[in-house]
Design a protein around this ligand. Structure first.
Ligand SMILES: *Cc1c(COP(=O)(O)O)cnc(C)c1O
Length: 359
């Protein structure tokens, strides 16, 4: 892919950038540039470019605004102690976006083009990748996304599609760091049914999760847990994180239902835990197994994982019928979390070959 580059004439000054990077929050400040490439049936992907970050012009009839033909990815760039900049498994995000493209009838952006696009933006905005003194976990969150930009109100896959990448410095996702999050079990709403879009990373899944998330807040919880749509019995995942259950014999279970979004963090945790000697099983996991397992002391830890929050211990489960208390421990959760972030920040050997150097 040939990428043209028009750099901003007004880059964020050093003092302002230092202020942002000192306390980045999540998803509010954006870097100086963005990447764009467009697709039409006649020309394929074309006009790849880096330009100054700014609002885009979209026709009011752009199909995405009406029919939500849109997908996205989420990944991070990390600054290591020697000032080099790395991304975590970008090919895995690229491959997942290809699967999302198929499900949403969007044109496929090939894996090398995706990796080139995210790398190009991170490279041009490398001074936005926060440094980390000591135990810091700041990074640059990178958001690739693709949407139907064709001006057309008929219902069919768009014939003008735009893929963009933007980036935003990120601190800790949950205020207060990695302390246990309390979960609300929604029994009214589901996020994905059989044959639906559950396995695709698409805005529609998030739109449908918001009301359940509001319900969680109303019950004093941080996040919501969804059950399978068919039987309402099996744990799926949180709005944007996958789940893990740790048993007292060291074995670990993560839900698999065919309608969850298979996280790259989830897959990485499976490999890390396996290497640490834990038996990891992907299977359907009943909500009753959760209640009973905790009550009987057999489930000793529960955690959730995803790019934004990395690995986070799960506390209480609140439902309309009562509360399942937090499991006893967070020991393995924190061990897995540390092992993962140590690879990401270059503090441990990258034995799996996960890291991709950008700068
Ligand atoms: C992105 C996402 C995850 C986590 O995936 P990662 O690749 O680990 O960031 C989990 N669930 C949903 C619904 C998601 O959209």
């Amino acid at each position: 892919m040939q990428i043209s580059s028009t750099l901003t004439s007004t880059p964020t000054d050093d003092a302002r950038l230092a202020e942002i990077l000192a306390n980045p929050g999540f998803g509010t400040n954006f870097t100086d540039h963005m990447f764009t490439v467009e697709w039409t049936p006649a020309d394929g992907w074309h006009a790849a470019r880096i330009t100054p970050y700014g609002p885009i012009t979209l026709d009011p009839a752009a199909a995405v605004l009406h029919y939500a033909q849109e997908i996205f990815e989420g990944m991070k760039a990390y600054r290591h102690a020697d000032d080099s900049v790395w991304m975590f498994r970008p090919e895995a995000n690229a491959e997942r976006m290809v699967r999302s493209c198929h499900r949403l009838a969007l044109p496929v952006l090939e894996v090398p083009d995706f990796v080139q696009a995210v790398s190009a933006l991170v490279e041009v905005d490398q001074r936005w990748v926060p440094g980390n003194d000591g135990a810091g976990e700041k990074s640059l969150y990178v958001r690739p996304f693709m949407f139907a930009s064709e001006k057309f109100l008929g219902v069919r896959p768009a014939e003008h599609v735009t893929f963009m990448v933007i980036a935003s410095p990120a601190g800790a996702y949950f205020k207060g760091g990695a302390k246990p999050v309390n979960l609300w079990l929604t029994e009214e709403y589901t996020r994905a049914g059989r044959g639906g879009m559950g396995a695709a990373k698409t805005g529609g899944n998030y739109a449908s999760s918001l009301i359940a998330q509001q319900e969680a807040y109303a019950h004093g919880c941080d996040q919501v847990v969804f059950l399978d749509a068919q039987e309402g019995k099996y744990v799926e995942e949180l709005g944007g994180m996958n789940m893990y259950f740790v048993y007292d014999d060291g074995s670990i279970v993560t839900p698999e239902t065919g309608t969850i979004l298979e996280g790259i963090t989830r897959a990485s945790v499976m490999e890390l835990a396996g290497k640490m000697g834990h038996q990891v099983t992907e299977r359907r996991f009943g909500i009753d197994e959760w209640r009973q397992g905790v009550a009987e002391g057999r489930i000793v830890e529960i955690f959730a994982c995803g790019t934004a929050a990395v690995v986070t211990p799960v506390g209480e489960l609140r439902t309309k019928d009562g509360v399942t208390p937090a499991p006893a421990s967070t020991e393995l959760t924190m061990k897995i979390r540390d092992a993962l972030v140590d690879v990401q920040f270059g503090r441990a050997d990258d034995t799996f070959g996960w890291m991709h150097r950008v700068v």
